[in-house]
Design a protein around this ligand. Structure first.
Ligand SMILES: [Zn+2]
Length: 288
């Protein structure tokens, strides 16, 4: 059973993030630049080491840049590397989405070839177990990989963030999230509060899968899948639980009643996130 998210839980979580950001400024923090400059995976069996926001990955596998039901986008970022279980998850989900009659998915960041902190973007995606999938359901014709740097990626929200944009949001999004939420190995999916609210208000029949949809700021243009630590990865650190039910009660309401979590605008200067990584990550970074 998961821990119920309360306002205090969210406050503690934010505080831990601030503390880890401050700690990361100290000596011993890996330079994010190093991780993004390594272009090949570390040899050896796949091992996620550390936590989603402070870790690394040995033995990463590359997502083929296109496949049945999906295309990887923004290839130039070289963040299409992950745990084999993550690559399997993406290809299996894409097949399911295709079988349901939907257009192909745009797959965004998974992780760098050896995981670790990235110089821009987000704090997580460090252990090969996170993946961003875009909500865009009218991706247009398939293009060569180098032409997939800046595709149209519409938000599901109105431009003033005041609610769902019903000219974009469709039953396909509900079906897509449900397909992902019901797959094995999935820990949680991060989505925007307005998306969770809409599902809470409208999903009928089985609602058990709503449990997997965890609210976070942003996540209105893409959703973020997080997988559990795979078996046989003793240095992989999982995340604590979340809702004990569908998460449609208080844990959702606090997102509408407390001051909003503001994400920096996309054009804000990037402050590199440099967490202190487990000692074992030094060997992963230096491996030939
Ligand atoms: Zn993400």
């Amino acid at each position: 059973m998961g821990k119920v998210i309360t306002a205090r839980y969210v406050a503690n979580k934010m505080m831990r993030l601030v503390v880890s950001l401050i700690a990361a400024m100290g000596a011993g923090a890996a330079a994010a630049q190093d991780w993004s400059q390594v272009t090949t995976p570390a040899p050896g069996p796949a091992q996620s080491i550390g936590y989603y926001t402070a870790g690394c990955l040995q033995g990463a596998q590359a997502l083929p840049l296109e496949g049945p039901g999906y295309e990887a986008i923004r290839i130039s970022r070289n963040r299409y590397w992950g745990q084999p279980v993550t690559i399997d998850f993406i290809t299996t989900l894409s097949e399911k989405v295709r079988a349901s009659g939907q257009a192909h998915l745009y797959i965004g960041d998974i992780g760098q070839p050896r995981g670790g902190p990235a110089p821009s973007g987000h704090a997580s995606h460090q252990t090969g177990l996170d993946v961003d999938i875009w909500f865009e359901r009218e991706p247009g014709p398939r293009l060569a990989s180098e032409q997939r740097e800046n595709p149209r990626l519409r938000s599901l929200l109105k431009s003033d963030d005041s609610g769902i944009d019903d000219s974009v949001f469709s039953p396909q999004h509900v079906s897509l999230l449900r397909l992902a939420a019901e797959m094995p190995h999935l820990d949680r999916i991060f989505v925007n509060k307005w998306i969770k609210q809409r599902l809470c208000q409208t999903v009928t029949g089985s609602r058990a899968w709503l449990n997997k949809l965890v609210v976070w700021a942003g996540h209105d243009e893409h959703f973020h899948l997080r997988l559990y630590c795979p078996p046989g990865n003793p240095q992989c650190q999982g995340q604590a639980g979340y809702y004990s039910d569908d998460g449609c009660g208080e844990p959702l309401e606090i997102w509408f009643t407390r001051p909003p979590v503001k994400l920096p605008p996309p054009d804000a200067p990037q402050v590199p996130y440099r967490p202190k990584l487990p000692a074992a990550c030094a060997a992963v970074l230096k491996a030939p």
